[in-house]
Design a protein around this ligand. Structure first.
Ligand SMILES: C[S@@+](CC[C@H](N)C(=O)[O-])C[C@H]1O[C@@H](n2cnc3c(N)ncnc32)[C@H](O)[C@@H]1O
Length: 241
């Protein structure tokens, strides 16, 4: 009988923010798969390694590239499509051998998570269960100490990779917003936020719930220091109940 595929949300970084259910499946699964950049452990594995015995079988899925801006003739979409096909084949080989595979995912597995691409390729062929995790934008709101959306407000979630004109259009119409995937996109995103007069409302949070977390006003940040694991929150206007 084939093994089962689990997508386990392990939360935003603090190992205590994993759910009891994810922890149970993590401990029970004979194989733990994780995504990471070359020569790195990745945030998901770093988060859960204290929960794993040294004997646990690990299946690393190593990204071929970590930036969407590649020089011609390289194509990010093609490289990633091939990578996810290969990753799905590696996971399927374990499942075919009858072993359950727990794919650990930073934050929540189905919210901008690489697990989604395994799910797209495997969930119809193998018994699959997804365990939701604490999403990074909620961890950032907690760390910044700010409510995100009041009452009937709408929250817009954006990727900082978007061109400035798209960010401007979306943010101009947003009541509350989150801009993820900062890193080298930070200066562009901050420029748009400044143009729209939102600097006072916006909050920057980096590596929320991890040991090195930082939260700062936007104008005090050196763009060269902004990591990928950072985001900007534009909380909805306070509703005076
Ligand atoms: C590929 S998405 C993964 C989102 C994740 N699946 C979740 O549910 O939060 C990566 C982006 O999430 C945000 N992020 C993830 N963890 C974070 C953290 N601990 N602190 C701040 N931002 C974080 C950053 O904006 C980063 O660029």
């Amino acid at each position: 009988m084939a093994g089962r595929l689990f997508g386990l949300g392990v939360g935003p970084g603090d190992p205590e923010l994993i759910t009891l259910k994810a922890l149970r499946h993590l401990r029970e699964a004979p194989v733990v798969a994780y995504f990471a950049a070359r020569s790195r452990k990745g945030n998901a594995l770093t988060t859960v390694e204290g929960h794993l015995p040294p004997s646990k079988a690990l299946l690393p899925l190593i990204y071929p590239v970590t930036t969407e801006k590649l020089p011609a003739p390289f194509c990010y979409e093609t490289a990633m499509r091939d990578f996810y096909d290969d990753s799905a084949r590696a996971v399927a080989a374990e499942l075919e051998a009858g072993r359950d595979v727990a794919v650990i995912c930073e934050g929540d597995p189905l919210f901008f998570g690489s697990f989604m691409y395994l799910h797209d390729r495997l969930a119809e062929r193998y018994a699959t269960e997804v365990v939701p995790g604490v999403c990074s934008m909620l961890a950032c709101a907690a760390v910044a100490g700010t409510p995100l959306v009041y009452r009937n407000q709408t929250l817009t979630v954006l990727s900082g990779v978007l061109p400035a004109e798209d960010l401007r259009r979306q943010l101009a119409g947003a009541e509350a917003a989150v801009v993820m995937k900062l890193g080298t996109n930070f200066a562009k995103v901050r420029g748009v936020i400044a143009e729209l007069g939102l600097l006072d409302r916006a909050r920057y949070v980096e590596r929320a719930t991890m040991a090195e977390q930082r939260t700062l006003p936007l104008d005090g940040i050196d763009p060269a220091t902004v990591p990928y694991f950072a985001m900007i929150l534009v909380p909805g206007p306070r509703w005076e109940a």
